[in-house]
Design a protein around this ligand. Structure first.
Ligand code: HEC
Ligand code: HEC
Length: 161
């Protein structure tokens, strides 16, 4: 009996340990892809639909309040879809859960930055590891062009560039 059970138990243990290691290693870099079809369509028309977890609810309110002058563009929407998108973004914001998110680190919630690229967490991650020359690459054009450097950004994967 024991001769059969041992290898099975070892195999099960191995699977459990590797799954744990994988989830621990990936935990910091993984964000939930946007799943709301309306948000994907309306907020993915000019740039990728950014993950709501990267800004606090306060920021998403300010973004949604200012769509008629959205970084120099008119991105305004009719009332109903705008309300639905606002609800989705704020329900999934960086501060929507009690444990918070990495993007809340060092952030002044009362200010609510309009840009992910202006959050302390984003700035910290990119100032350490991205050489200045990378921003000058003509493929990049803008800091907000996440997919230029993170090909799987839309799936919430930022650790594979
Ligand atoms: C008409 C085009 C257009 C649409 C539609 C649009 N945006 Fe934008 N958005 C822009 C432009 C232009 C910028 C500035 C990009 C840059 O700096 O390179 C921007 C930037 C942003 C940024 C800041 C990115 C950063 O961190 O620098 C956020 C957040 C954002 N948009 C959210 C939204 C949301 C939410 C929606 C849907 C309600 C939306 N956008 C729809 C054009 C658009
Ligand atoms: C010029 C290339 C470039 C652009 C554009 C860029 N990033 Fe990054 N990003 C990097 C590099 C390089 C790293 C650090 C290496 C790594 O961790 O993979 C990084 C790290 C990150 C991390 C941390 C990953 C981790 O390991 O914890 C996140 C999150 C992230 N970027 C999000 C974004 C978002 C969101 C945008 C767009 C608003 C963006 N990045 C735009 C190059 C870029």
């Amino acid at each position: 009996m024991t001769t059969l059970i041992r290898p099975l138990a070892l195999a099960a243990l191995f699977v459990a340990v590797s799954a744990f290691a994988a989830s621990e290693l990936g935990a910091d870099e993984r964000y939930n892809a946007v799943t709301d079809p309306l948000t994907l369509k309306e907020c993915g028309a000019c740039h990728m639909a950014f993950q709501p977890q990267m800004l606090p609810a306060k920021s998403w309110h300010l973004v949604m309040d200012g769509l008629s002058d959205h970084f120099g563009e008119d991105a305004s929407l009719p009332e109903e879809p705008a309300a639905k998108i606002r609800a989705y973004l704020t329900a999934n914001a960086a501060d929507a859960s009690w444990w918070g998110g990495r993007f809340m680190r060092g952030l002044d919630e009362t200010k609510g930055p309009l840009r992910i690229t202006e959050t302390p967490h984003w700035i910290r991650e990119h100032s350490h590891e991205v050489p200045a020359s990378a921003w000058a690459d003509p493929k990049v054009k803008s800091k907000a062009n996440c997919v230029a450097c993170h090909p799987r950004a839309q799936q919430g994967m930022y650790d594979d560039d």
